[in-house]
Design a protein around this ligand. Structure first.
Ligand SMILES: [Zn+2]
Ligand SMILES: [Zn+2]
Length: 82
């Protein structure tokens, strides 16, 4: 099950579970759409995997399986992908 992390690892932007802007890699490193497209060019800076849109968990499922509240932030922020 996805953690549904609450923020972008690059810029710390809030990414609530219903956000259509969240992008994730296979390890669920989580980024906003702007960072994913512009800074990272679609590639996760942690694992090198591709970033895809995070699926939105239906509200009734969020009650039963809540999103993570633990913010993950990349130390030093993100640098532009090479
Ligand atoms: Zn961001
Ligand atoms: Zn990753």
């Amino acid at each position: 099950m996805l953690e549904l992390r609450p923020n972008c690892e690059c810029c710390d932007k809030d990414l609530p579970p219903e956000s259509a802007e969240a992008r994730i890699c296979t390890f669920e490193c989580t980024f906003c759409a702007d960072c994913a497209a512009q800074t990272l060019k679609g590639t996760c800076p942690n694992c090198g995997g591709n970033l895809v849109a995070r699926p939105i968990r239906p509200p009734r499922m969020l009650e039963k399986y809540p999103a993570s509240a633990k913010r993950v932030l990349k130390p030093g922020g993100c640098t532009r992908a090479a």
